[in-house]
Design a protein. Structure first.
Length: 123
């Protein structure tokens, strides 16, 4: 599955630390895949989410760009949790809700990350 997430379409626009950029590329692509119902390597995905959360919480970033990326990744994580809950609720209630607008917001964050940092969310 690692080969499914390559950074060939990504270019490090903000000159982020190489590890931050590579992990960010994987995390963004895994997040996008998960949102689209694709399988992701669960252990690696959780480790990446945890790594970024820990860095943001501890203030362990070397630039404002890294802080912005970490914050955007945390926002995606939170919004994806809400999106999943909304989809389940819509499925069981039979009513449409706000999941489509939430999905659009998440996709907007993916596009911002791509524009600001060169991290492609589509592999």
């Amino acid at each position: 599955m690692i080969s499914a997430c390559s950074n060939s379409a990504s270019t490090n626009k903000a000159n982020l630390d190489e590890e931050v950029f590579e992990r960010g590329t994987k995390l963004v692509q895994y997040s996008y895949m998960e949102m689209n119902g694709e399988d992701v390597p669960e252990d690696e995905y959780k480790e990446l989410l945890s790594w970024y959360s820990d860095k943001l919480e501890s203030g362990d970033y070397s630039s404002e760009d890294e802080e912005l990326l970490f914050s955007q990744l945390e926002l995606i994580k939170a919004k994806q949790g809400l999106y999943a809950i909304q989809k389940v609720n819509e499925k069981f209630s039979g009513e449409s809700g706000d999941s489509d607008s939430n999905r659009e917001e998440i996709e907007g964050i993916f596009k911002e990350i791509e524009n600001n940092f060169g991290i492609s969310y589509k592999n």
